[in-house]
Design a protein around this ligand. Structure first.
Ligand code: GLA
Length: 381
């Protein structure tokens, strides 16, 4: 649905005209996987799929939200924010309202129609997009939010951690907040310093959704986090971010095998992000693609968060001329893979995936060519 259609939907639902449109994008991560909660480095880009809220302020402390995706409407009072049932889409919005108020902001109620075209549950951060779009809607409705983009992302992450109950890192909310058209965002997840890096011309980031359910994702994610913390403790480091490749190799044998493999992924992945940023700055797409491949292989073999579907997409992609690199993106266990491919080979790659992937897995893929896009924003209508 475009904004014009959402405006009509709003007028029909609430019997008045909307006053603002707020939006926030989903993301893909180019490299730096499972590094954010180790205080490390990531390089995501915001994509041209987002969550949009068309709304108008209310005079009371009530939020009413109609979902155009689910044909569902919720209302809640800012004076008593209860959690909806587990998995309900409105929890992301409720959680943002709750943490903003806990941070001391005086919120204003609003009516809104919310719609997203970020595929849900595919690992493209539709939840971070709802959180950041809701935060923007509160600002648009006249709540005095004196927050910069990094602080806004931190609060959205807190909503997900504390209200929704998912123990994610900072990457998804940060890129949804601060992404920029035509750029990837290099983030230091400890200091939250960040730097925009232009995406090279002539290549496309192709996203392939495996359409495979992300089973075990939450429990395996928490288990990986605990293993990383154990490794850092055993190495006497505040976080794996503080362990260089050289220091790790010197002490690797002190760690139990499984913990050593998990830590090896994180330590080398952090270095790969630094190398990938240097390659981007030098417009060296080949090196960048090789690092993407190494990242995937490490996630598959050492961190063990890939899946047979993700590996199938990656193998198919790597067999096509003009593909520089391919890897899973996001937490793993299903979800999406990405390939960096010459613009003029997008058709060949799409066709290869459409033919080969169902044959290998019995599932139908969804393929999206993505463009690096702007982070969260709002405007008056
Ligand atoms: C999910 C989390 C992020 C990050 C990635 C893995 O997307 O939400 O914080 O940990 O997994 O890199």
């Amino acid at each position: 649905m475009n904004v014009t259609e959402l405006v009509a939907h709003f007028a029909q639902t609430f019997g008045r005209q909307p006053a603002f449109v707020a939006r926030a994008p989903g993301r893909v991560n180019l490299i730096g996987e499972h590094t954010d909660y180790n205080d490390g480095f990531v390089l995501p880009m915001a994509i041209d799929r987002d969550v949009t809220i068309v709304g108008a302020p209310r005079d009371d402390r009530v939020v009413r939200l109609r979902s155009a995706n689910f044909d569902d409407e919720v209302g809640f009072s800012l004076d008593r924010i209860a959690k909806a049932s587990d998995g309900a889409w409105s929890n992301y919005a409720r959680g943002v309202a709750d943490v903003l108020q806990q941070a001391g902001f005086d919120l204003r109620g609003f009516d809104g129609v919310i719609y997203g075209d970020v595929p849900i549950g595919s690992g493209l951060s539709s939840s971070a997009a709802i959180e950041m779009a809701t935060l923007m809607a509160f600002a648009a409705a006249g709540s005095p939010l004196t927050l910069d983009g990094a602080q806004a992302a931190r609060l959205a992450q807190r909503a997900e951690n504390q209200f929704v109950g998912v123990n994610c890192g900072i990457m998804d909310q940060f890129i949804s907040s601060l992404g920029k058209a035509g750029h990837a965002l290099f983030i230091d997840c400890r200091s939250l310093a960040y730097e925009l890096t232009p995406m090279p011309a002539g290549v496309t980031v192709l996203v392939v959704d495996t359409s495979a359910p992300r089973s075990l994702a939450a429990s395996a994610y928490n288990e990986r986090r605990a293993q990383c913390e154990q490794a850092a403790r055993m190495l006497g480091a505040p976080a794996l971010r503080d362990v260089s490749v050289e220091a790790f190799e010197q002490r690797r044998s002190e760690l139990p095998d499984l913990i050593a493999r998990r830590a090896a992924h994180v330590v080398y992945e952090n270095q790969r992000v630094l190398d990938a940023v240097a390659a981007l700055r030098a417009n060296d797409v080949r090196t960048f693609g090789r690092l993407m491949n190494e990242s995937h292989d490490s996630l598959r073999d050492l961190y063990e968060v890939s899946s047979k579907e993700l590996d199938a997409v990656v193998e198919i992609a790597r067999s096509i001329n003009g593909v520089y690199g391919a890897r899973m993106t996001g937490a793993g266990f299903g979800g999406c893979a990405i390939a960096l491919v010459d613009d003029d080979q997008v058709g060949a790659l799409t066709q290869a995936v459409a033919q080969e992937y169902p044959r290998r897995t019995g599932r139908q893929p969804k393929v999206y060519a993505c463009v690096a896009s702007d982070g969260a924003s709002w405007r008056a209508l």
